[in-house]
Design a protein. Structure first.
Ligand code: 4NP
Length: 155
């Protein structure tokens, strides 16, 4: 079993979208039994909450349902449990480095490393600025790149 954790700030916009998009892709590829997928936020603001209504609406428009997901906070133990810990932006990456055991740092990377064609390194925070449609597009591209990486290295 390969395991993937998507991480943003609040775990209500970007990372639950990534969780839903990647799970949908993995299931369509018939790999649901091989890849464990979860998401978390670096902060505690939205623990137990469903995804932001705008993220849910964008996902629904694209054909996936993320309404059942609930926010949780990332913790050091996640670096023992997940092979891939994927940060949406630099700030998330730094916050994760702060809780990452020294011998687990290779598990942490930027999600958009898996989508070089997107042309940027961070998924912008849409909470205040909006842009849920372009955020979704970036996440979809990186999800494909991530699955290709997992296939090449683990499956
Ligand atoms: P996310 O977006 O990190 O993509 O879930 C945010 C959600 C909540 C807040 C900021 C960003 N907030 O400040 O509450």
């Amino acid at each position: 079993m390969v395991s993937v954790l998507f991480v943003c700030l609040g775990n209500i916009c970007r990372s639950p979208t990534a969780e839903g998009v990647f799970r949908d892709l993995v299931e369509r590829e018939g790999l649901g039994g091989h890849i464990r997928i979860d998401s978390a936020g670096t902060h505690a603001y939205h623990i137990g909450e469903p995804p932001d209504g705008r993220a849910q609406a964008e996902a629904k428009r694209r054909g996936i349902d993320i309404s059942g997901l609930r926010g949780r906070q990332a913790r050091a133990q996640d670096f023992a449990e997940f092979d891939y810990v994927l940060a949406m932006d630099r700030s998330n990456h730094q916050n994760l480095l702060n809780i990452c055991p020294a011998d687990r740092r290779e598990r942490l990377s930027m999600f958009l490393n898996f989508a070089p064609a997107v042309g940027c390194t961070e998924v912008p925070d849409p909470y205040y600025e909006g842009g849920f449609d372009s955020v979704y597009d970036m996440i979809e591209q990186a999800a494909h790149g991530l699955l290709a990486d997992i296939r090449a290295k683990h499956l």
